[in-house]
Ligand binder design. Structure first.
Ligand SMILES: [Fe+2]
Length: 417
């Protein structure tokens, strides 16, 4: 049976599923057994207030906590990420990562060629795009973490193509987590991949603009969803359901988006998904005129937009997919060393792998090394190292992407043949 209890009532032996903040917003699916007091401390310090415990997988509350009766929950709308054998999961991640890197690169190249064909008014061949979406879906179905972890690696000079592919990856992951059937996930992925193709019909001065748009330029740019629809509707192979994503991906939950100022559920579910994926990837990408925000900061921005800019349901889902310390977060450990999160296992969201770049004294290491913060002192339930908080990598002159690319290289060597 599942019960919602206050974090203060957690005790050893309980199995924690979903975790909530004081606004009763779903933050993560921890899916973990409480085996140490430090874990409880961590839940409290991270600002979590309520959790769902599963009394079939762990112990029950001894008595009903004051003012909060254990609650039998209805089936959650948001589909929880399934816990699985951690060793198998890690092996699957490494095995998929190499394939995912190829899928990611190929998709970027395919989009680049397709967008160029639009730009130069050539005859459009959508077949490579269909293959790219199919490959991205297959990768995410083989392993849900590998391909999404690559969206952190971005090339600032090729922003438009990278961004389109990343939005598609996140949209596919969201569609899968929502339990959509494959046909629908394909439509979401393809629509998200093509949503900005209308930008290729904009004046070159706008496309290559390095700074922020003027009022007149913005007005023109806001026509790109309609331009995208004009292009896509003439491509027979693209399902008509993809059109709605192109048309509505800049609409906002409160009606302040464009082009039609639609509100709430007037916006198609596909477009609600694509708009969150679009904004998350945009704010976590560096542009010529501003630096990238950290994944955590990006997630916090999206979270603030719940039921203002975005559907709360899908915001919660994105939080589940990205995690508490997403890949690419720059974090401080309890011994004051600092590093970058390189891999997150969904069963261990608070204990990812970290590439240590700075030692406890703050000295930058010549040879960074990787640790697994889920490792415990032998024979005890005490973690060897744990994360104490997130930091802005730019304050430490740290290029996260460079290290992530290198650490993925390391993964490649470790990965079984
Ligand atoms: Fe757009």
């Amino acid at each position: 049976m599942k019960k919602k209890i206050a974090v203060a009532d957690l005790s050893l032996g309980m199995f924690v599923g979903d975790v909530f903040n004081s606004a009763n917003e779903l933050l993560i699916s921890a899916n973990t057994m409480i085996v140490s007091e430090r874990q409880i401390d961590k839940f409290q310090k991270t600002g979590f207030t309520h959790v769902i415990i599963d009394t079939e997988r762990g112990i029950d509350v001894k008595k009903a906590p004051m003012g909060l009766e254990p609650l039998e929950l209805p089936v959650q709308k948001v589909i929880a990420i399934e816990p699985s054998d951690e060793t198998k999961r890690e092996r699957d991640y490494f095995q998929e990562l190499n394939k995912a890197k190829v899928v990611h690169r190929q998709a970027i190249l395919i989009v680049k060629h397709f967008y160029r064909d639009i730009r130069f008014a050539k005859v459009l061949d959508p077949r490579p795009l269909l293959v790219a979406v199919d490959e991205m879906m297959s990768s995410i179905f083989r392993n849900a973490d590998a391909l999404p972890s690559l969206i952190r690696i971005k090339d600032v000079t090729e922003y438009v193509f990278n961004h389109s592919v990343n939005v598609s990856i996140l949209s596919i992951a969201l569609g899968k987590a929502l339990g959509y059937k494959k046909e629908s996930i394909f439509e979401v992925g393809l629509g998200a991949l093509l949503q900005d193709c209308g930008m290729m019909r904009m004046p070159e001065s706008l496309m290559n603009k390095k700074g922020i748009y003027s009022k007149a330029e913005r007005k023109l740019v806001e026509k790109h969803p309609i331009r995208s629809v004009e292009i896509i509707k003439n491509i027979r192979e693209v399902p008509t359901n993809c059109l709605v994503i192109a048309e509505q991906h800049h609409e906002r939950w409160n009606g302040r988006g464009y082009p039609h100022h639609l509100k709430g559920n007037e916006i198609h579910a596909y477009s609600l998904i694509a708009s969150i994926a679009d904004v998350y990837d945009a704010i976590t990408s560096a542009r010529e005129y501003r630096p990238a925000r950290t994944p955590q900061s990006g997630l916090a921005t999206i979270f603030k937009g719940s039921n203002i800019d975005f559907s709360r349901e899908y915001v919660q889902l994105l939080t589940k997919i990205i995690g508490v310390y997403p890949v690419g977060s720059f974090v401080k450990l309890n011994d004051n060393s600092m590093g970058i999160v390189t891999q997150v296992d969904k069963g261990k969201l608070l204990h990812p792998r970290v590439l240590i770049l700075f030692n406890s004294r703050g000295d930058k290491l010549d040879k960074p090394y990787e640790i697994d913060t889920s490792e415990k002192l032998w024979g005890t339930n005490t973690y060897l190292k744990s994360i104490s908080g997130s930091l802005n990598p730019e304050a430490f002159n740290t290029e996260v992407n460079k290290y992530l690319e290198e650490s993925h290289g390391l993964f490649q060597q470790l990965s079984p043949a």
